[in-house]
Structures are given as structure tokens and as C-alpha cells.
Design a protein around this ligand. Structure first.
Ligand code: FMN
Length: 330
């Protein structure tokens, strides 16, 4: 049984990865419904939060139904990170996660995200200060190292644990790799095999089939899997993995009606949360995957992704139901 602080997250939990512009409350709620055990917000800038930037503070919203939820923040300035902890606490998350893995230039160039992998002492001292500043469990998400020549993740993880980090999620790539190549889970297994480690070690990167999740659990011996891209527009991935764990068999893919139900609820939740304009806009990225595999779908998809009016998008869903309700997904 894995525990993040006092939170029982079950046996080999599946975690929804933090993903910018994806892991928002409506999407997290759908993933939770379909089996995600822990969900994380997208990363939120500590500098944005302390300036009360509306874009950052909106990302703090959470629904009761998605708990346990972690809010992820990034930054490299101690004062800003500590002030952000206080702001984040007011939203009542279950976990505060620190992003020490984002490879994007504008984040890294400020020494934040994966940029901190060049300064492990700062990474550890920031974590320690944040742990001391809150009663919530603090977790860390990071990468293997800056580049292939600087992979010290076993030592880094141990140091983070020693200053009170309650779980670590490791993406099996270096910063230099960005998203290229295959994720390497062997160094994550080394972290787990360190006899001094007692906090959960979650693996991340390329878990895109139930078989890969089994491999992460049984071959690499990790404590849980954090899942990102495989869930985008496909929140059913979590239940498919769980079903496979329990039975060794694949669940049939979601039916058209399940997909339509998810798409409709996703859009409605997004509108209720952000208003029509943003809700319609930000849900668009999911439709391609929701309806992937339907032939001659372009005309329908175009209606979904070009209209600014929710009525038109709902009408497009109705047309899909009318024309494809018997479609069998492979
Ligand atoms: C669209 C997108 C946005 C992401 N945003 C974040 C983020 O805000 N914070 C973070 O820690 N990682 C972020 N990531 C990285 C993912 O959390 C994850 O580490 C990565 O996608 C590898 O896992 P996967 O192979 O399961 O997708 C993002 C990834 C994608 C594809």
C-alpha cells in the first residue's frame, strides 16, 4: 500500500501527470472517475501566484470529487516559493508538488523546472524550506538528471527524502532529451532499490499500454505509475490499466455513447468553470482523441474545433450520435 504522507493511495496507484493546459479540473475529474488514484494540476508559476496573476490563480481551483489532488508549483526563488505555498494552501489541496522537471527553455533559463538539476543543493534546500513551511505533504516531480553525464538521481532522491519530501515521481528522461527517445526506467528502479528509500517512488514516461504499466510494477518494482500523454482525450486509460491488473485481459474500448457522454460532460464542466468562451476553446484539444478512429470524421471535428459557440459544439456531438451511434471502435 503506497502512502503519500498520511494519504493512503492504494496498491500501485495510477497518478494523472501534471500537464499544462490539459490537467485542468474538468479533465482531472474525468480521469478520477475512470480510475486515476491521484491527480495533479498543471504547473503553476510561483512568480505568477505571488503577483496574483489571474491566469495562475485560476489554476488553483479544485473540485471535491477529484481528491486526493496535488497542486504543482515551479520556481527557483525561495521567497516566492514560500509565499506560493501559503497561497496554494488556501485552495485546500491534499498535496503540494514541486516541478523540478520542466525542460522548457523559458522555465529552465530562470533556474526553475529542470534547470534546478544543475544545482542539486538548491533543489534540496528549496524542498526542505517548503516542507518546513507547510503541514501538507510535499512531493517532487523531476527527471533523471540534466544530461546523460550527470545522472545522480539515486543520491538526489535520497537527499530529497531526507529533507522531508513524501514521494517522488521520476520521468525517465534527462532535460537534454526533452521528450525524445524512449524513457529509461532502469535508473528509477535504482532509486527504488536503494535500501535507504522508504517514500514511494513513482515512475513516469511512456506508460502507454496496460502491459507497460505491469512492466513498471513487476519488472521495475516501482510504487506506482504516473501517466501523462496516454490519458489526453482518453481518460479511460486508467480503468483499462486497472482492469488489466485485475484480470490480465484488455477491456473493450469505450463505446461511442461513453465517448459522447465524456465529451459532453467535459465541455459542460469547462463552461461551468471558466465560462463559455474559454470552456469551448480549451476543451478542443481533447476531441481528436475522444473520437479517434472514426472514418470521414473531419467535417464533424471541424465543427467541434472551430465554433466559439457551445450550442454549435453540442449540436456537433448530437450529429455524431445520430450518424455514428453504432460505430465499433477497434
Ligand atoms: C502537454 C503536456 C504538458 C505538460 N505539462 C507539465 C507540467 O505542467 N508539469 C510537469 O511536471 N510536467 C508536465 N509535462 C510532462 C508530463 O507530466 C510527463 O512527465 C511526460 O509527458 C512523460 O509522461 P508520459 O509519457 O506519460 O506522457 C507535460 C507533458 C505534456 C505532454
Amino acid at each position: 500500500m503506497a502512502k503519500i504522507g498520511n494519504i493512503d493511495v492504494g496498491d500501485f496507484p495510477l497518478l494523472l501527470a501534471p500537464m499544462e493546459d490539459v490537467s485542468d479540473p474538468p479533465f482531472r475529474a474525468l480521469c478520477k472517475e475512470h480510475g486515476a488514484d491521484v491527480v495533479y494540476t498543471e504547473f503553476i508559476s510561483s512568480e505568477g501566484l505571488i503577483r496574483d496573476a489571474a491566469k495562475s490563480t485560476m489554476k488553483l481551483d479544485i473540485y471535491e470529487k477529484e481528491r486526493p489532488v496535488g497542486i504543482q508549483i515551479f520556481g527557483a526563488n525561495l521567497e516566492s516559493m514560500l509565499q506560493s505555498v501559503e497561497i496554494v494552501e488556501k485552495s485546500g489541496p491534499d498535496i503540494i508538488d514541486i516541478n523540478f522537471g520542466c525542460p522548457v527553455k523559458k522555465v529552465v533559463s530562470k533556474g526553475a523546472g529542470a534547470g534546478i538539476l544543475k544545482n542539486i543543493d538548491l533543489m534540496v534546500s528549496l524542498t526542505e524550506a517548503m516542507v518546513k513551511h507547510t503541514n501538507l505533504p510535499v512531493t517532487v516531480k523531476t527527471r533523471l538528471g540534466w544530461d546523460n553525464d550527470s545522472i545522480k538521481i539515486v543520491e538526489v532522491a535520497e537527499r530529497l527524502q531526507d529533507v522531508g519530501c513524501k514521494a517522488i515521481s521520476i520521468h525517465g528522461r534527462t532535460r537534454v532529451q526533452m521528450y525524445k527517445g524512449e524513457a529509461n526506467w532502469a535508473p528509477i528502479a535504482e532509486v527504488k532499490n536503494n535500501s535507504r528509500m522508504h517514500i514511494p517512488v513513482f515512475g513516469n514516461g511512456d506508460v502507454d499500454t496496460p502491459e507497460r504499466a505491469v512492466e513498471m510494477r513487476d519488472k521495475f518494482g516501482l510504487d506506482g505509475a504516473m501517466i501523462g500523454r496516454a490519458s489526453i482525450g482518453y481518460p479511460w486509460f486508467f480503468r483499462e490499466v486497472k482492469h488489466y491488473f485485475e484480470t490480465g485481459e484488455h477491456l473493450p474500448p469505450p463505446t461511442m455513447m461513453e465517448r459522447l457522454d465524456a465529451a459532453r460532460r467535459h465541455l459542460q464542466m469547462a463552461i461551468d468553470w471558466k465560462g463559455e468562451k474559454l470552456g469551448v476553446f480549451e476543451t478542443r484539444r481533447h476531441y481528436t482523441n475522444y473520437f479517434k478512429g472514426i472514418p470521414h470524421f473531419k467535417e464533424y471535428r471541424m465543427k467541434m474545433v472551430t465554433s466559439d459557440d457551445a450550442v454549435d459544439v453540442f449540436a456537433a456531438f448530437d450529429e455524431v450520435e445520430r450518424d455514428f451511434s453504432d460505430f465499433q471502435f477497434a
